[in-house]
Design a protein around this ligand. Structure first.
Ligand SMILES: CC(C)(COP(=O)(O)OP(=O)(O)OC[C@H]1O[C@@H](n2cnc3c(N)ncnc32)[C@H](O)[C@@H]1OP(=O)(O)O)[C@@H](O)C(=O)NCCC(=O)NCCS
Length: 183
């Protein structure tokens, strides 16, 4: 695929984990995502804008537990966070030897430059380090073509579909996608 901005030589970024002290940067990016792409997420901006500070801090703290992950794309010229990906394992995931991916987002002005591919590669690499994780799972609105393409490119395939109300208040068809991890 050829996209006009793909070869921008000035784009410098790195994939990082955030220290807990930077939780406000994560909150700001996540709320931006929920406002910008309401149809892409199950939660709404209003759901999360009222979260207490402790909840944002706890989400980053949890990444130290080994059962939660968060990676961010940082523009090294401006120090801004411009993308993120999250993962977690709850009881159900542990029983199924899976890990759930959530919150995939890249700021509109930075899309089409490979950032989400870097974020996805990083989290899958981390999952692969855990012998108990056999597959990665995610849910995606079928009307998000860039996201569908991203996941297909990484080898995710559709295992089920359902209809639900997303952050824009409308009903959408959502796919559950799964990928076996390399061993
Ligand atoms: C989905 C999203 C994260 C992709 O981020 P991105 O950094 O632009 O993606 P990348 O540049 O790494 O591209 C990854 C793949 O996505 C697909 N893609 C990216 N931009 C695309 C576009 N404009 N049109 C079609 N496909 C596109 C391509 O398959 C691409 O791989 P390729 O360049 O090797 O062909 C971004 O569009 C986004 O934040 N969308 C809104 C939120 C969302 O839908 N999140 C998913 C929730 S499940």
């Amino acid at each position: 695929m050829v996209r006009p901005d793909n070869d921008n030589p000035n784009l410098n970024f790195e994939i990082i984990q955030l220290p807990v002290s930077d939780w406000r940067k994560y909150k700001s990016l996540r709320l931006e995502a929920l406002k910008t792409d309401q149809q892409a997420f199950a939660k709404t901006y209003d759901d999360e804008a009222t979260y207490p500070d402790e909840k944002w801090i706890e989400r980053i703290e949890r990444t130290k537990s080994g059962d939660a992950w968060m990676y961010f794309a940082k523009d090294t010229d401006t120090d801004e966070l411009v993308g993120m990906i999250g993962g977690y394992r709850d009881e159900e995931n542990r029983a199924k030897h899976s890990a759930q991916i959530w919150g995939v987002y890249v700021h509109p002005s930075r899309r089409g430059k490979g950032l989400s591919s870097l974020l996805m590669s990083r989290i899958l690499t981390e999952f692969e380090k855990n012998e108990d994780i056999a597959k990665a799972v995610l849910e995606v609105n079928v009307d998000q073509p860039s996201a569908m393409k991203l996941y297909e490119k990484f080898g995710f395939s559709v295992i089920n579909r359902f209809t639900c109300t997303l952050g824009d208040g409308k009903k959408h068809e959502v796919c559950i996608m799964e990928k076996e991890l390399k061993r």
